[in-house]
Design a protein around this ligand. Structure first.
Ligand SMILES: NC(=O)c1ccc[n+]([C@@H]2O[C@H](COP(=O)([O-])OP(=O)(O)OC[C@H]3O[C@@H](n4cnc5c(N)ncnc54)[C@H](OP(=O)(O)O)[C@@H]3O)[C@@H](O)[C@H]2O)c1
Length: 293
């Protein structure tokens, strides 16, 4: 049986791995939240890899406060650059693959067709810059580093757009939501599933370990704006709140967001043979888990 370490296991994605663990009996999981392993504590990270033995490490820990990062660049860099570097080094010491997540915000270029892994990355916020540097630091520290760039992550766990919309939609008669940022949502459970399906293929010898390397995009299929996403949430959950489309300039936030951020998922589909569901189907699954309809 192979051992998987999940760091940052208290977050949205980390908790989805916990929810799925029973469906992957070939793996033994160790869930390390911030209390078990603070990934920004360098001696603690190396001590952890010295005293425990794993076959794979999946890092769900990150500094994810996108707007707060603008005023806390050092904290963002510690969580998003130093921490993945140390974790990747810890994995390299054990000779094991390191799976790490990054963001569509690293692209942020002028392109308005789906973004491929090799397209220019010109991040424009502290969060996105540190996530890109974290990818680079981890890959430089361990050649067996697989970076999965994802977008608009939500779950029944933690804080996210879906939960915020459900709460506000039940409290208010109308809401304003931006329609000039286009991308695709990602149900964290699907992302966790895809990651474990990939590791299962390697573990069974159906794919080489060396493929756990490089950058892969992953989001749910389809395209929408935040406005369309809000409409779908209310539609599926049977909430009557009216939604009005507004422009990003009318809802100013500290961190700059890309206007077009749709990920091309051909690489992860082709290399790993995984199917990706449409975002609306995944949204329905998540709302069902939440008992929202
Ligand atoms: N959420 C999105 O929309 C989105 C979009 C694109 C990419 N991503 C990426 O996807 C990955 C997973 O994100 P998520 O949505 O699951 O984020 P999340 O819900 O914010 O979870 C992040 C987790 O990391 C933990 N963490 C932070 N600092 C830590 C530390 N020093 N030691 C240990 N744990 C620490 C947090 O713990 P505390 O709660 O105690 O702080 C939290 O449990 C991240 O790499 C993120 O950058 C997310």
């Amino acid at each position: 049986m192979s051992n998987i370490l999940i760091t940052g296991s208290g977050g949205q994605l980390g908790q989805e791995f916990r929810a799925l663990a029973a469906f992957y009996p070939a793996f033994r999981f160790t869930f390390a939240d911030r209390q078990v392993l603070d990934v920004t504590d360098e001696p603690a990270v190396f001590g952890y890899f010295l005293h425990h033995r794993f076959d794979y490490c999946i890092n769900c820990a990150a500094y994810t406060a996108v707007d707060q990062a603008e005023s806390e660049p050092d904290a963002a860099r510690l969580g998003n650059v130093d921490a993945p570097r140390w974790l990747a080094e810890g994995c390299a010491l054990q000779g094991i693959p390191f799976i790490h997540y990054s963001t569509d915000y690293v692209y942020h270029n002028a392109q308005n067709w789906p973004l491929q892994e090799g397209d220019p990355a010109t991040p424009r916020s502290v969060y996105a810059i540190t996530k890109l540097e974290g990818e680079q630091a981890a890959r430089a520290s361990n050649p067996l580093t697989m970076v999965i760039r994802t977008s608009w992550v939500y779950s029944s766990f933690g804080r996210n757009f879906v939960k915020t919309m459900l709460r506000l939609g039940r409290e208010r008669e109308k809401l304003e939501v931006v329609y000039d940022q286009v991308g695709a949502p990602t149900y964290a459970r699907g992302l966790a599933q895809a990651t474990l399906d990939i590791l299962s293929k390697v573990d069974k010898g159906e794919a080489g370990r060396e493929l756990l390397s490089g950058i892969y995009n992953y989001s749910d299929e389809g395209v929408c704006s935040w406005y369309d996403f809000a409409l779908a949430i209310f539609d599926l959950a049977g909430i009557g709140c009216k939604v009005h489309p507004i422009e990003t300039k009318d809802y100013p936030l500290p961190a700059h967001r890309p206007s077009y951020s749709v990920l091309n998922k051909a690489k992860i589909r082709d290399v790993w043979g995984i199917g990706i569901k449409h975002w609306r189907e995944r949204l329905r699954e998540c709302l069902a888990v939440m008992g929202a309809f």
